[in-house]
Design a protein around this ligand. Sequence first.
Ligand code: 5GP
Length: 216
Amino acid sequence: MADHPPETGHPRLPTDTDNGLLLIISGPSGVGKTTITRGVERSIPGSVFSVSYTTRAKTEADVEGVDYHFIDHDEFQELIDQDAFLEWADVFGKRYGTRQKWVEEQLARGRLVILEIDVEGAKQVKAKMPEAFGVFILPPSEEELLRRLQSRKRESEELIQKRFAEAQHEIREAKACDVYDRFIINEDLDAAIQEAIMHVKAARIAHGNRSENAPS
Ligand code: 5GP
């Protein structure tokens, strides 16, 4: 049993589990959560991004195996039938899910495992793994979120309004459930990334301390 934190030179074994932490990052579309997620992943050693499975169509910006594993409806259903998902949800009419086995393997290696998932999926994860740390990214205001969705020029005005209504609903849901430990307002992207990193580092230390030495 380790009685020193890893930075003191105690070698970490592949079976060490004390510092593995599951991080859930959620937020409405257009809020900048992917950039924040990738910023956390780059800045925290030993962190890994969980590549979800989805039935949504691959866009030109997507890289298979990096952004998502793109599969069809039957393949997704097979994974549900095999009970392979830690969580899965229907988002904008398409299915998205996280493979349980991979997450467990990474946690067993002491990694910080990052899930970028919606509120419904986050609720499922928190019910199964209450120690997961949840971060929800908020826009500075609803007006600003609508402006950001419109400025992406990716979608029709009708779809933008639909996404905006869904975003408002998701924010209300996130505030009402007790899944999220921290809410971060993305007013300035760099500041939001730094804030997320700070909270995650603190959560990791607190999590490690539960099975290692308590601070004196
Ligand atoms: P997009 O298609 O824009 O990449 O993602 C749409 C939404 O699906 C986002 O809110 C994203 O967080 C969510 N999402 C992505 N992967 C997963 C997943 O594995 N599970 C769940 N529940 N939601 C996901």
